[in-house]
Design a protein around this ligand. Structure first.
Ligand SMILES: [Zn+2]
Length: 372
């Protein structure tokens, strides 16, 4: 190849020295050699590929007038002929990096962007739940308990009010809740070493519902208890709801979703290179979580199995569910449900899809998709 004319500022003198530059192929990329202007082909100085700060490539139509090449400890070169420089580079076997090709070729950029988007989507769809399930195993119970404490305090300051149920009634339901827990056999446990601290809390201030918090707190509203007795249903209906909520706790559904949000944020932060988006998350996040369909099926399957162990019927809970749906449909025909009613957590009613179909399955004592 023909050497290219260049000016060399060697870093010791302010005056440029006219030289010729030759590029030669090498295993790690081209090496650079300075030749005297008049002399033959013996280089005065040679630089390996790593000793040269190779200038960024430019898109075809936007060549700079002068190219500056920095040489480690040996000043800089200025080259007035960008086109010749680029040809020499290619001839010496320089392969533009992916980043360089992205800068100069739109199709490459779009291709990389597409791959990145597909990768992120796949991570969100498959990677996140998988990672969350693994990480959840490591989440200590104490973390769940403190999260729940904060979340419940927040709810109590918000729309939840103390229960007006007579203490004897609360005690009676707690007794049945404890008896139900006593029937939980090891094979019903999703995480063998996980021992949540179960407790049943009563609140008013919210429609007929129940929800579970991580670590074992199950909240049931006065309205749900009242609805059951208004519909002439036995306590088995309420116990069935509690069994479903215990299922959410045992499967650690809320924790899994909180962890998933965290994994997703960290993953996105890493993928997009923005560390500031790796934000802390806590009890406020809980209120924004909607349960997944799969989690509901798991909780229903769990409820059916546990009620079976306790030799209690699942029909009453199905009737309660249907009663609730009818009452709500009549009540809210003209007005949209409020945020508080749409609510959060593993609310028993609102976030469950296909309620009628679900009630029929519960009534029959088998839910589709339950492990045999
Ligand atoms: Zn649920």
């Amino acid at each position: 190849m023909t050497p290219i004319r260049a000016r060399w500022f060697n870093g010791q003198s302010s005056r440029a020295q006219d030289v010729r530059v030759a590029l030669q192929p090498g295993p790690k990329g081209p090496s650079l050699h300075l030749l005297a202007l008049d002399g033959g082909s013996v280089p005065t100085r040679s630089f390996s590929h790593a000793e040269v700060e190779w200038p960024p490539v430019w898109s075809r139509n936007r060549a700079p007038a002068v190219i500056t090449v920095a040489l480690t400890d040996a000043g800089t070169l200025e080259i007035d002929h960008p086109k010749e420089w680029q040809e020499a580079l290619l001839e010496a076997g320089a392969r533009p990096s992916l980043a360089q090709r992205m800068q100069t070729h739109w199709p490459v950029f779009l291709g990389v962007l597409l791959v990145a988007v597909i990768g992120l989507a796949a991570f969100y769809r498959y990677g996140t739940p998988w990672a969350a399930a693994q990480i959840t195993r490591q989440v200590p119970l104490s973390w769940e308990l403190s999260l729940t404490e904060r979340a419940l305090a927040q709810l109590d300051q918000g729309y939840l009010k103390p229960s007006h149920l007579p203490p004897e009634r609360q005690a009676e339901l707690r007794r049945q809740f404890d008896a139900l827990l006593g029937r939980m056999s090891p094979e019903l446990k999703r995480y063998p070493s996980y021992a949540p601290r179960f407790s049943l809390a009563f609140r008013s201030g919210m429609g007929a519902n129940a929800f579970a918090l991580p670590g074992g707190t199950v909240v049931m509203t006065d309205a749900l208890v009242e609805m059951a007795s208004k519909n002439g249903l036995s306590d088995d209906a309420l116990i069935g709801v509690l069994a479903h909520e215990i299922g959410h706790v045992v499967h650690r559904h809320t924790t899994r979703m909180v962890v998933e949000q965290g994994v997703l944020q960290v993953g996105l932060g890493l993928a997009l290179g923005d560390v500031s988006s790796i934000v802390s998350f806590g009890s406020t996040l809980l209120t924004g979580l909607a349960y997944r369909r799969q989690h509901e099926t798991e909780a229903d399957c769990f409820a059916i199995a546990l009620m079976g162990k306790a030799q209690l019927p699942t029909g009453p809970m199905a009737d309660l569910l249907l009663g609730l749906v009818s009452a709500r449909e009549g009540q809210h025909k003209d007005q949209p449900t409020t945020k508080a009613e749409r609510g959060s957590f593993s609310e028993w009613l609102s976030s469950h899809p296909d309620t009628r179909q679900r009630a029929e399955q519960l009534k029959a004592g088998l839910a589709v998709g339950c492990p045999a």
